[in-house]
Design a protein around this ligand. Sequence first.
Ligand code: FRU
Length: 526
Amino acid sequence: MLRKLTFLIFFALACGSQENTQFKSADEINQLPLDHYQETYRPQVHFSPISGWMNDPNGMIYYEGEYHLFYQHYPDSTVWGPMHWGHAISTDLIHWEHLPIALFPDSLGYIFSGSVVLDKANTTGLGTLEKPVLVALFTYHNRAIEEAGGKDYQYQGLAYSSDKGRTWTKYLNNPVLPNLGQPDFRDPKVFWHKESRKWIMILAVRDHVELFGSGNLIDWKFLSRFGDQDGEHRGVWECPDLIPLKVEGTNEYKWILIASINQGPANRGSCTQYFVGDFDGIKFINGASSSEVKWMDAGWDNYAGVTYANTQQLADRTIYQGWMSNWEYAIVTPTIKWRSAMTLPREINLLTDSVRFWIRQNPVIELNNLRKDTLKVNSLKLSGEQDWSKYLSITEPLLDIDIVLRKSGQMSSWYFLLSNEKNEELAFGFDEATEEYFVNREKATLLNFSTSYQSKHTAPRISSNNEMRVRVLLDQSSIEIFYDEGDVVFTEQLFPTQPFTRMSLTSPNTVLEVEGAVYHLTSIWH
Ligand code: FRU
């Protein structure tokens, strides 16, 4: 990571575009001409920054009718650099209003990833009971200490806001959690644990996580560590989360520990693992064997995802959102004014078949409000290749496909193929020989921005139903595929040099019954 950061900074200084957006007011930002969001590859149903660089989502919280999305941001370039917290709000998780930058780097360092909580009981003493404050806990990354060869260059800072996140004051006695000599010590995710009546912070520390407890968000005490022997260790752990999820169909809760891994197993670059277990207020206990690794996403472009705070009070749902890129090639993707988008926000649920647990993900229901035209797929018998080009929109490649494929007996192979005049193509579907889902983007672009981009990704099917529900969300430069109601998910960036104008669905070996609908979507920026 260190070498990567140094390289990234050099790269940022050497070739970043120098548009300075730091001091724009909220009004200025939202008066930008609409064609600003029409650039090639600009996502139309996903959040992306107006300009400049973006990576991890930070400080996601629902508060007084607004969802807040902060994010790792370097406004002066389209590659990584001195980190700020960018800021946007939404009332529906889909349409976003850009707000001015929330946190700027200062003498203590860059502002790395972290979280925001509502200090309702005024445990910090920084607000009042009538006017509670939002509190941000984030990592300071100190370049000077790092360059001087010190190991303690990351420590945790605090900032608070009493005006619904519009302005932030940094705590005078930062850092609140100093570093005792651990080079990777970052990305605090904080929550209130009501059973033990304290705040819990989960922190990524090199290749494991550490838990800290506090009564006031300011004084932190070490509680425990997890992960030394569990899960995947080839790579640095980052951006952890710890959340309770109800096991579907029961009244039982399990705790989910999420940890992203950077530059891990060669073929995955940046990926996110999770563990299902229990949390007693002090330590997390993994419910599965320590060697088992569960992945949040089988695609390559969902990283650093964590959950929104405070959504349970609203609708008892847990919403997870990640950064839709991969450190393997994030700084060289072919966009010009901005870099990167977030994944769609997803509701997550915990499923079990009494042998194992798994997380199911689906786009939040609010996304359905973007549907404008409904093209019904009336029950049809699919045998061989069928041309589905008529379902593509001629104006914008924004699609929401929601279909069911079924057959008596064991499920057989099928695949979608999207292509264009340049013979760029993207294939995805199910392979009966391996019983795996796949996405193949080996020929998805003629652009050569990275040798690792062109690749095929696979994941085993979990369900054994002879009916498969498939939901596909296609945007200008991404596809998200939710197989079997979201049991297996692929998130992938796409950069065809021309929009895909052909689509087909193929059942090569047998007859499949297919029905459902294809929806065209409205852009969130119109
Ligand atoms: C993950 C990460 C975090 C860090 C941030 C820096 O993508 O490396 O660990 O806080 O990005 O921008």
